[in-house]
Design a protein around this ligand. Structure first.
Ligand SMILES: CC(C)(COP(=O)(O)OP(=O)(O)OC[C@H]1O[C@@H](n2cnc3c(N)ncnc32)[C@H](O)[C@@H]1OP(=O)(O)O)[C@@H](O)C(=O)NCCC(=O)NCCS
Length: 194
């Protein structure tokens, strides 16, 4: 594993941005573009770790100051949105489809008064960024998991090894290993051989 800080620009990048110093990318991994870091604000020692042979491209990393995202070996993430204020862990050989949203925090208060207050407060800021006062619950996606396109994984969810999430599903609860789940809310629709 090497840190990207030795060179904070990607040679192949179409966007003229830089890679933050607390990003650790294995030298056999692929990081598509620095555009992924437009909403990355992690200040922990390693805010993003990308393992051997893994790939992260066209993905928005919406990461708060305490957020830590990790991508296991040979994991593949393309065109997703990862919202992380505590921890999002994506296991080895996990495959995350297009427009998948993985969030460890709702970001917006359920209480209407707090929500109105937050909208008013952000209207006074140049960046219009919503401050996060909501509880974060880490999300863990196991090894060999496949998440179909446009699925959404909500805070606190743990998806067990080898499971499959159907396209456009909303995953609200933990998923046992080697199961197929689908729908909104996602329910078990099949069981896989180990
Ligand atoms: C989840 C998936 C793999 C399941 O495939 P499968 O094992 O062949 O399952 P089936 O088609 O036999 O469906 C089993 C049941 O789940 C339902 N189901 C399957 N996928 C569903 C989905 N995405 N949303 C809601 N229900 C779904 C089926 O209607 C069926 O219900 P029934 O038993 O009441 O008739 C597939 O439906 C899917 O969503 N693939 C995602 C493909 C994708 O995202 N590709 C992009 C590349 S990353």
């Amino acid at each position: 594993m090497t840190s990207a800080s030795w060179s904070n620009k990607l040679a192949h990048d179409w966007y003229p941005g830089t890679i933050p110093p607390n990003v650790c990318v294995c030298n056999t991994a692929y990081l598509g573009t620095s555009y992924s870091f437009q909403e990355y604000h992690s200040t922990v020692s390693i805010g993003l770790r990308i393992g051997r042979g893994a790939s992260l491209d066209k993905t928005v990393l919406d990461v708060g100051p305490n957020g830590q995202v990790s991508l296991g070996e040979f994991a593949f993430v393309s065109s997703a949105r990862i919202i992380c204020d505590s921890e999002v862990e994506i296991g080895d050989y996990a495959l995350i489809g297009w427009n998948v949203v993985i969030m460890d925090n709702y970001r917006v208060p359920v209480d209407v008064e707090r929500r109105r207050h937050e909208l008013e407060r952000s209207s006074l800021q140049p960046e219009r960024r919503l401050e996060n006062e909501c509880e974060s619950r880490p999300v863990r996606i196991g090894r060999n998991v496949w998440i179909g396109f446009e699925a959404c994984v909500l805070p606190g969810v743990i998806i067990g090894e080898g499971s499959i999430v159907g396209a456009r599903s909303v995953v609200t609860e933990n998923v046992p290993p080697f199961t197929v789940i689908a729908g909104n809310p996602a329910r078990i629709v099949g069981v896989l051989d180990h």
